[in-house]
Design a protein around this ligand. Structure first.
Ligand code: ZN
Length: 63
């Protein structure tokens, strides 16, 4: 079975889990697009996306 990434609607973090590792009860969604890898949280992109931790993020998450 192919694993797909799921995204948290609050922090946009990508995960394999059905709930966000940060937002406990928040269910992650498969309906997202845009793939963002943040290595440097001081970068302009990270600032724009409000990302405070390095990791993989979705750019848009549909509700
Ligand atoms: Zn989250």
């Amino acid at each position: 079975m192919k694993k797909i990434y799921r995204a948290c609607k609050i922090c946009k973090r990508l995960t394999y889990d059905s709930v966000c590792p940060v937002h406990g009860e928040e269910k992650t969604r498969e309906d997202w697009f845009g793939f963002l890898i943040v290595n440097n949280v001081n970068s302009i992109i990270a600032n724009k996306a409000n990302i405070a931790e390095p990791g993989m993020y979705a750019i848009k998450v549909r509700s």
